[in-house]
Design a protein around this ligand. Structure first.
Ligand code: PAN
Ligand code: ZN
Length: 193
C-alpha cells in the first residue's frame, strides 16, 4: 500500500473568506489588472489619482502538484465596475490541457465566461447552490454582475497549472458590461486571436 501523503481534512464554507481554514491568501487590485479592462485609459486615470481598489481575493488550500490530488480555493470578487465593465478575475487556461474544474456558488451573482483555444465562448450563471463544470480546454473568467460580493469555491486538480499569459495577450472574445442596470454580453472589439 502506498502511504497517503496527507491526512483527510474538512473545511467549513461561509464567512468572509468563503472557506475556513485556508492556507494562502492572495489579493488582486486594480493595478494587478492593468490591461485587462477594456477601458484602459480609465484604469490609468484611476491609478494616477491614487485609486487602487481591491477587485478580488483568493483563499487557497493547495496540495502538492501531483496527479490524483485536488486543490481547493474560494474566490471573493467585490462589487464594482471600471466604467461599464463589471469586476472580474484575470482568467486563465489550465496548463495541463485535460484538467477540468468544478465551481460551487456560495454568495452573490456572477457570470463565468469560458473560452477554448479556438476562441469559442460559452457563459453560465453562478450564484448560491449552483454547481458549474468547466470542461478541459476552456479558459475561465468569473465576473461579479451583482451589487454585493460574489463568492464561490473552486475544486481543481492540483497539478492543473495556471496559464495566465494567453488571456493576458488576447483577452476574452466577449465582455460583460452593464447596460441599463443589467449585464449584457457583447463582442470585445479589441479581441485578437
Ligand atoms: C480559481 C481562480 C480564482 C482567481 O480558483 O484561480 O477564481 O482567478 P484567476 O486565477 O484567474 O486570477 C480557479 O479557476 N482555479 O483553477
Ligand atoms: Zn482554473
Amino acid at each position: 500500500m502506498v502511504k497517503p501523503l496527507i491526512e483527510p481534512f474538512s473545511l467549513v464554507l461561509g464567512g468572509s473568506s468563503g472557506i475556513k481554514p485556508y492556507k494562502v491568501r492572495l489579493e488582486r487590485r486594480l493595478s494587478d489588472l492593468r490591461g485587462f479592462f477594456h477601458n484602459r485609459r480609465l484604469v490609468e486615470e484611476k491609478l494616477s489619482r491614487g485609486e487602487n481598489p481591491k477587485v478580488y481575493e483568493v483563499y487557497e488550500v493547495p496540495q502538492e502538484p501531483v496527479s490524483g490530488h485536488l486543490s481547493l480555493a474560494s474566490t471573493v470578487i467585490f462589487p464594482g465596475k471600471v466604467g461599464d465593465e463589471y469586476y472580474f478575475t484575470k482568467g486563465h487556461f489550465h496548463e495541463k490541457e485535460d484538467a477540468s474544474e468544478v465551481y460551487i456558488g456560495l454568495e452573490g451573482e456572477g457570470i463565468i465566461l469560458m473560452q477554448n483555444r479556438e476562441g469559442e465562448v460559452r457563459h453560465l450563471r453562478i450564484g448560491p447552490n449552483v454547481v458549474l463544470y468547466v470542461p478541459p480546454g476552456f479558459a475561465h473568467r468569473t465576473v461579479n454582475v451583482g451589487s454585493s460580493r460574489l463568492v464561490f469555491l473552486a475544486i481543481y486538480p492540483s497539478d492543473a497549472g495556471h496559464d495566465y499569459g494567453s488571456i493576458a495577450e488576447t483577452g476574452f472574445a466577449k465582455l460583460v458590461l452593464e447596460r441599463e442596470g443589467r449585464p449584457v454580453i457583447v463582442d470585445n472589439p479589441s479581441y485578437s486571436e
